[in-house]
Design a protein around this ligand. Structure first.
Ligand code: C2E
Ligand code: MG
Ligand code: MG
Length: 655
């Protein structure tokens, strides 16, 4: 299309009528010499040529005979011949004109029936429009007259986002003379946005000289809209209608290119799998939609909220100021954590947020992800900023996750046994089996580090089965040495959701011949809080086998008191943080509650004598801690039991 940047008045419309397409196309200078003028020029030239030839011949003939009568006769003859010739030539020209008009009409019909707008522009700096076909009216709502008359109209109707690009392209093509095809938006008279494909080339004369430019505008709005819709679908999460991960990556790449400061908050719901499993996928989806709305409501206009997939969301913000980021993270945590009513049930969800600033898309995502794990590791419902040491921790974690899937893993695992003591009668009451991983390169890896990774990647199921069998086997050997001490086995939530869990327990008991009453399964309170029907059924079934149930790390989960009555455990093990804090009122309250419910109560983490005295004074049943006994290898645990059998039962009271 034309370049209107330096445009002169349009000579083709000087008489108020736009020129025809054929005129524009066939006549290089339509306004300089008109068709009728050219016709008379041609006639005159022919008449002159024929008269000149006849007179020369007449002159020769008259010179030969030299008679006046002859001269007059021949003059008349010449006149008649001239008239005849002029009439003949005029007739021929008339036929040429008719042919030309027919041709023009054919052209016009053809051009005006094409499903596109055809245009012809001058090939000059101003690119003045010579011809525009009437389809411009259905395309843009402007009549041909309006379109051709206003030299600025094309530039004015160019979409602001495309204007600069299109004008540059047109100018470049005008200068180089190369044809081009481009797509851009025009604003129609009624404000509609119309996508067009503009194909443009130079029409050259027989000598290869550029005469004018010609092109077409094809309406591609529907195709573009369909493409746009497809693109939108490709970058939109269908469940929450939020942009998806792909959109974030594209945006990050664009942001990275201009190196503007930016940060990413990576949000992951805590324990969403449990929600999903217990509520069902439909309710799980509804929960995600509700939380997506809350997360989106926390963001400003210049921030992008995306659903990364599953229970992960991300917020891209242009800020990298720490206090701003903290505020936003806090706002997000509160938004997620406020109670939610779903299908008649009241729910509390929490999230962990990792925050990273700067860097390219890959780096930013990786760093924010690492920081998120840091927040999750601190118990969830928290946020953490990325720092370089986190990088090392995440690398180690990744390495562990790979090593946990090694076939030889079970050969590297050991069990340590930490004694639990009867605080009233004295003596060893039980032994808690605690996992140890003797890693060939990293040395001893504590369970606090690898168990969460094993839970995440599912290897805890196989590891847990191994622990169960080992613990029952050892316990069977100890039975009778000092009464029958209970062997406590920690069970993760993931194991309870495995369909074969109850069979595993039954198998371990059957294989070892251990009395079920001597096996104590420890479930953390957070597992019980989120127990779905599958987990509840598993718990009921294993309890049906006659094994004991203990609630581990009691007091750290949410709304824990309700769960005491729900699961009727044999023992609750009060989390060691309460003893470490010296929170006597709480320790006393829990002991009273346990007594009320007829459940035995244990104090974890007894490290000092004053702590032992406190829990004894508060009438705790069982004690566990480094003061009383560290986790021991199996042989040492056996030796301890042997010794314990010989020690008077009141020994502990003297500690
Ligand atoms: P837990 O079940 O609460 O186990 C008690 C943890 O407290 C053990 O840490 C033990 O060494 C530690 N502990 C005992 N007395 C004291 C004390 O006086 N002071 C201090 N500061 N700590 C004390 P450990 O062995 O590192 O195990 C950590 C956690 O790993 C366990 O906490 C348990 O939740 C998990 N775990 C261990 N073994 C297994 C297993 O076989 N399966 C599963 N699912 N989890 C396991
Ligand atoms: Mg435990
Ligand atoms: Mg514990």
């Amino acid at each position: 299309m034309r370049d209107m940047s330096a445009r002169a008045p349009d000579p083709g419309v000087a008489d108020g009528r736009p020129p025809s397409f054929a005129t524009a196309l066939l006549d290089p200078h339509p306004a300089v010499v008109s068709a009728s003028q050219r016709r008379w020029l041609l006639l005159g030239s022919l008449a002159f040529a024929s008269c000149a030839g006849s007179l020369r011949w007449l002159g020769q003939w008259a010179g030969l005979y030299g008679t006046a009568a002859g001269t007059a006769g021949f003059a008349a003859l010449v006149f008649l011949a001239s008239v005849f010739l002029i009439r003949h030539v005029s007739h021929v020209l008339q036929r040429t004109d008719a042919h030309r008009e027919r041709l023009e009409a054919d052209y016009r019909r053809l051009v005006e029936h094409l499903p596109l707008v055809v245009y012809v522009d001058e090939l000059a700096d101003n690119s003045a429009n010579i011809y525009t076909s009437p389809q411009v009216e259905s395309l843009l709502g402007f009549t041909v007259d309006e379109w051709v008359r206003d030299p600025e109209l094309f530039v004015k109707q160019l979409h602001p986002d495309d204007r600069e690009r299109v004008l540059t392209e047109v100018k470049r093509s005008n200068e180089s003379g190369t044809p081009f095809v481009t797509e851009y938006r025009l604003i129609a008279k009624d404000g509609r946005v119309v996508w067009v494909r503009d194909g443009w080339s130079i029409y050259e004369d027989a000598h290869g000289q550029g005469v004018h430019s010609q092109g077409y505008l094809l309406d591609i709005t529907r195709r573009r809209e369909a493409e746009e819709e497809l693109r939108r679908l490709a970058v939109t999460d269908p469940l929450t209608s939020l942009p998806n991960r792909r959109e974030l990556i594209e945006r990050l790449r664009a942001t990275g290119a201009d190196e503007a400061p930016h940060s990413l908050l990576f949000l992951d719901l805590d324990d969403f799998k449990t929600f999903n499993d217990s509520l069902g996928h439909r309710a799980g989806d509804a929960l995600l939609v509700a939380l997506a709305d809350r997360v989106a409501a926390c963001a400003r206009r210049d921030e992008l909220v995306v659903r990364m997939g599953g229970d992960e969301f991300a917020i891209l913000t242009p800020s990298s100021v720490q206090t701003d980021l903290e505020l936003l993270a806090q706002k997000l945590l509160s938004a997620v954590a406020s109670p939610l009513s779903l299908e008649g049930r009241e729910l509390w969800a929490t999230a962990s947020i990792g925050i990273a600033s700067g860097g390219d898309a890959e780096e930013l995502l990786r760093n924010a992800d690492m920081a998120m794990y840091q927040a999750k590791g601190s118990g969830g419902n928290a946020f953490a900023f990325f720092s370089p040491p986190l990088h090392a921790a995440a690398k180690r974690r990744l390495g562990l996750s790979a090593d946990l899937r090694r076939l030889t893993l079970l050969d590297e695992l050991r069990l340590a046994f930490q004694p639990t003591f009867d605080l009233r009668a004295g003596g060893v009451e039980g032994l808690e089996a605690l996992l140890r991983w003797q890693h060939p390169e990293l040395g001893l890896v504590p369970p606090g580090e690898f168990v969460p990774v094993a839970e995440e990647y599912g290897s805890i199921v196989e590891i847990g089965r191994w622990v169960l069998h080992q613990a029952c086997r050892h316990a069977r050997q100890w039975a009778g040495t000092s009464g029958t001490p209970a062997v406590a086995v920690n069970v993760s939530g993931r194991q309870l959701r495995e369909p074969g869990f109850v069979d595993d327990v039954r198998g371990a008991l059957g294989e070892s011949g251990l009395d079920p009453a001597a096996l104590r399964l420890e479930l953390t309170e957070s597992v019980l809080v989120r127990a779905d029907d599958t987990v509840r059924a598993s718990i009921a079934d294993v309890c049906g086998l006659g094994v004991q149930l203990a609630i581990d790390d009691f007091g750290t989960g949410h709304s824990w008191i309700g769960h005491l009555a729900d699961f009727q455990p044999d023992l609750i093990k009060v989390d060691r943080s309460f003893l470490a804090e010296g929170n006597e009122p709480l320790l006393r309250g829990i002991a009273a509650l346990a007594r009320e419910l007829g459940v035995r109560v244990a104090a974890e983490g007894i490290e000092r004598t004053d702590q032992l005295q406190l829990v004894q004074r508060l009438d705790y049943d069982i004690g566990q801690g480094f003061l009383l006994g560290h986790p021991l290898p199996e042989a040492e645990a056996t030796a301890l039991l042997d010794r314990d059998a010989t020690v008077p039962r009141t020994a502990l009271r003297l500690a």
